[in-house]
Write a protein that binds this ligand. Structure first.
Ligand code: PMP
Length: 406
């Protein structure tokens, strides 16, 4: 066991001391966005107070400090993911990262008759960019289905990987079901067949130690705000050969070596994909978030969250008529549920009045909702800074509001 004082860790998050509607806040929406520790808030504040300047342009001291801070954050993130810094494109988040792959890799590569394989549990950010590419290239989309526990049916997935398939895009961890997909095994099967793999790591990076080379994918996308970093930060990791062959997505400053009206020489990757002034302060904050997570230890975070998940799952089973969506053995601390006779939004609205923040809705996963035949679910998502007492209070509040609705 770890010797981490989780109460002291929780005290690093100023927002968690808030009250809402006169009740102590119980924040169970970390899969939506994570709360920020003082270290991150102070890093952003310090950047604007003492170091603010643009990157890669000015030779003056502040310009150098800003560039070092920004590139330092890239280095921290690269170490966190165990990849090379020059293979990490910094961008606004997973949505941008996946669109970058869609427009710069897939659009020039795919042809009529080619196929893209997605899974039933993808977030819209890992569906819609591929639909846009499919419409423009004549490629088709095929979907890998899930079983009753919310796991990918691997045999059926592999059967879909026929010679027309050029790309497989799938999430590492489902934002609705919590399912942790065996991405290493899946990417190995795809690679054997020459299929390029894109992994959406939005919900994995905040919770588990990641070693991207061992996953064996071609592209991996993350979003900083779910990792206790600022909004508007994220990254795409890609193998260097792929980045070198991809044309830029956006044109502008920072991404060039030389511009003439007759033609432009682009900068090398990753800068080729980072046109314009980036979210410098945001990445300084993300660097601090990565330091914070690393100091806690991702394995300690993972163990803590598994304990919270088991406790919450058990406690919710005492609520009559409650159904949990997604019961994979390997699961992140995300619990989607419905209570018989109650609408998801009504439950979430009444819980809010009790101080409990959960999400209700389709969770940007319409195809998954269609699969279950429901328009929406409630989702309680936990993080290491949550407590067992909060879970007890949440379940008690749910028992109370359920009787108001049923
Ligand atoms: N994929 C998954 C699995 C997600 O949970 C999210 C965020 N809800 C995204 C993609 C999109 O991330 P962002 O909005 O930060 O780009």
């Amino acid at each position: 066991g770890s010797s981490i004082d989780w109460a002291a860790v929780r005290a690093d998050f100023p927002l968690l001391t808030r009250q809402v509607h006169g009740k102590p806040l119980i924040y169970f929406d970390s899969a939506n966005t994570g709360q920020k520790p003082n270290a991150v808030i102070e890093a952003v504040d310090d950047f604007y107070r003492r170091h603010n300047a643009n990157v890669s342009r000015a030779v003056h001291a502040l310009g150098t400090e800003a560039t070092e801070a920004y590139e330092g954050a890239r280095g921290k993130l690269a170490r966190f993911l165990n990849v090379r810094a020059d293979e990490l494109v910094l961008c606004s988040g997973t949505t941008f990262a996946l669109n970058l792959v869609a427009y710069s890799w897939a659009l020039p590569q795919l042809k009529p008759g080619d196929a893209i394989v997605l899974t039933r549990m993808e977030h819209h950010a890992n569906i819609v960019p591929w639909q846009l590419v499919a419409q423009r290239t004549g490629a088709v989309i095929k979907v890998a289905e899930i079983d009753e526990l919310g796991r990918l049916d691997l045999e059926r997935l592999y059967a879909l990987l026929t010679p027309e398939v050029k790309l497989l895009a799938l999430t590492h961890v489902s934002n609705v079901l919590g399912t942790v997909n065996p991405v290493r095994e899946i990417c190995r099967e795809a690679r054997k067949r020459g299929i390029v793999t894109v992994v959406d790591g939005s919900q994995a990076a905040p919770h588990r130690a990641l070693d991207l080379p061992s996953i064996g994918c071609d592209f991996y996308a993350i979003t900083g705000h779910k990792m206790n970093g600022p909004t508007g930060t994220g990254a795409l990791w890609a193998r260097r050969e792929l980045l070198a062959q991809m044309p830029p997505f956006l044109g502008g400053g920072e991404m060039i070596k030389e511009v003439r009206f007759e033609g432009t020489v682009f900068n090398d990757a990753p800068h080729k994909f980072e046109a314009g002034t980036p979210n410098i302060a945001g990445f300084v904050g993300l660097g601090a978030a990565v330091d914070y997570l690393s100091a806690l230890g991702m394995d300690n975070i993972d163990a803590r969250e598994r304990t919270l998940l088991d406790y919450a799952t058990g406690a919710l089973q005492t609520v009559p008529g409650l159904r949990i969506f997604g019961q994979a053995p390997d699961k992140a601390a995300v619990i989607s549920f419905l209570v018989e006779g109650a609408h998801a939004h009504d439950l979430a609205t009444l819980l809010d009045l009790e101080g409990v923040a959960i999400r209700s809705g389709h969770h940007c996963a319409h195809p998954l909702m269609h699969h279950f035949g429901v328009p929406a679910t409630c989702r309680a998502s936990l993080a290491y800074y949550n407590t067992f007492e909060e879970i007890d209070a949440f379940v008690a509040a749910l028992q109370k509001v359920r009787t108001l609705l049923a």
